[in-house]
Design a protein around this ligand. Structure first.
Ligand SMILES: [Fe+2]
Ligand SMILES: [Fe+2]
Length: 471
């Protein structure tokens, strides 16, 4: 008999206390996860008391319980959203058939691949962000960083649960490898390239949580449609947490803009050099960061034309985000007008699922921009409005890979592209300037000079609450 109280140590709604096989698999994996967390998670803050939310159940009271926790003691739990009674597959050739509670043999390796690819991004982002704590602009921000980090850790748990519970030995091996690949590692990098880019400053962190966590949202939404019900339920619960990550990005960028506009008003100028000399981020520089992270995140959706995505859709494994909002769920008859360097091509819609996802993702990205631009317009600078780069700008995957395209989407000469690139994405000099702003502010309520305070604190606490006790 094991002496571990599973409900206490690993909050769950999968009846872990009565599942010996799963317990054994997790008992083997959990210490390795903790080692990974201590070695590759947030550097230097393992002894700090952090005001974190923990999910202890999936209902309204339980999914966000707040309290001070040392991160290595965080209770990473395993939760599935409540089952939908008599749920049916909602798209593809098997549409209308009952969903699967076990992995169908013929889809075993592809489902494992989908879960591993999603799972790999979760610890990757924790690794990418591990040094950020040293330069936090406030304790409020530091707490938000750690909240995102522990939840990405929980998302890893969620995927590892699926691997352990449904994929036998192969699944256990994959779960080990999720802790062995590392972001930016020359020999064993993370699977997707965006997750190997270091995030060494907080402007990048806000952009990452705005753009790349939103890619996560879209991937989770499409997996939440899956005919493999345990995957669907797992992803549906992860989405509730993901919303906070994007909130950190949207409000973070909004606060940078607010501060910049204050400085512009104070100085009576929009001259970037003077704004920078005053220790704030000029809007042109912010635009470059948006261009960089948006284009990098767009690659995560993969090739515009993909027979794998077509098969995953046709087989009911991975749908479109918000599948129910579409009319046709089979897509055998429809075509899609695809914009390529050679002109518009009509392709079978089933093969263009990635592009359909990318388009709906970009629409979602626009929402924050509208909000930010209202502030910029109200301050009297409509000409400085921010915009998303065109979907074909700076792509390294798909039809536009390596094509010299400007941020408006025009195909230009290679020379012009090379000449202008530093005016579209952060140059060495820009990055050095942003780095110079990254000075730790760790007094309750105080903010770094390049970012405005948030409108409100966490969980109704004041902004000047000591969200992280550093000791
Ligand atoms: Fe995540
Ligand atoms: Fe996330």
């Amino acid at each position: 008999m094991s002496s571990i109280n599973y409900a206490e140590k690993i909050p769950n709604n999968i009846n872990l206390a009565n599942d010996r096989t799963l317990q054994r698999a997790l008992e083997h994996w959990q210490p390795k996860f903790i080692d990974w967390w201590k070695g590759m998670g947030p550097s230097d803050f393992q002894g700090a008391d952090v005001y974190l939310r923990t999910a202890v159940s999936v209902d309204a009271d339980g999914w966000a319980q707040y309290g001070a926790v040392k991160m290595p003691d965080y209770r990473w739990g395993i939760f599935l959203a409540d089952p939908v009674a008599e749920r049916k597959i909602g798209f593809g050739d098997a549409m209308g058939q009952p969903v699967w509670q076990q992995v169908p043999g013929e889809y075993r390796s592809i489902l494992r691949r989908l879960i591993v690819t999603q799972g790999d991004t979760e610890p990757a982002s924790v690794e990418q962000q591990r040094l950020l704590g040293h330069t936090c602009p406030s304790l409020y921000d530091l707490r938000n960083l750690f909240q995102v980090n522990v939840e990405e850790g929980r998302h890893l748990w969620a995927m590892v649960y699926l691997l352990h519970a449904y994929f036998g030995r192969d699944g256990r091996e994959e779960a080990e490898e999720l802790l062995q690949r590392h972001s930016g590692d020359a020999d064993k990098p993370r699977i997707l390239s965006t997750f190997n880019e270091p995030i060494s400053d907080w402007l990048s962190f806000y952009c990452f949580t705005y753009f790349t966590d939103r890619d996560g949202k879209y991937q989770l939404k499409s997996l939440a449609e899956s005919g493999f019900d345990p995957l669907s339920r797992t992803c549906r619960f992860m989405l509730t947490e993901e919303a906070h990550h994007m909130f950190v990005g949207e409000t973070g960028i909004g606060r940078v803009i607010k501060r910049t506009l204050e400085v512009m008003k104070e100085l009576g100028t929009d001259d970037p050099a003077r704004i920078r000399a005053h220790g704030a981020v000029d809007l042109g520089l912010l635009q470059k960061y948006l261009n960089f992270w948006c284009s990098s995140s767009l690659d995560l959706f993969g090739n515009e034309i993909s027979s794998n995505s077509a098969a995953n859709f046709a087989n009911g494994l991975k749908g479109r985000p918000d599948e129910a909002t579409y009319e046709d769920h089979v897509l055998r008859e429809k075509t899609f007008a695809l914009h390529t360097p050679k002109g518009t091509e009509n392709v079978p819609m089933l093969n263009a699922i990635n592009e359909i996802m990318r388009e709906s993702y970009l629409k979602d990205c626009e929402i924050g921009l509208k909000r930010w631009n209202r502030t910029i317009e109200r301050a009297g600078y409509p000409a400085l409005a921010l915009r998303l780069p065109a979907a074909n700008f700076r792509r390294s995957i798909g039809a536009w890979a390596g094509q010299p395209v400007d941020p408006k989407g025009n195909l230009i000469s290679n020379e012009a592209f090379a000449r202008e690139l530093n005016s579209w994405i952060p140059s060495e000099q820009d990055r050095a300037f942003v780095k110079s702003l990254m000075i730790r502010v760790a007094e309750p309520g105080k903010m770094a000079r390049w970012v405005a305070p948030p409108d409100r604190g966490i969980n109704n606490l004041p902004v000047d609450y000591e969200y992280v006790k550093l000791h």
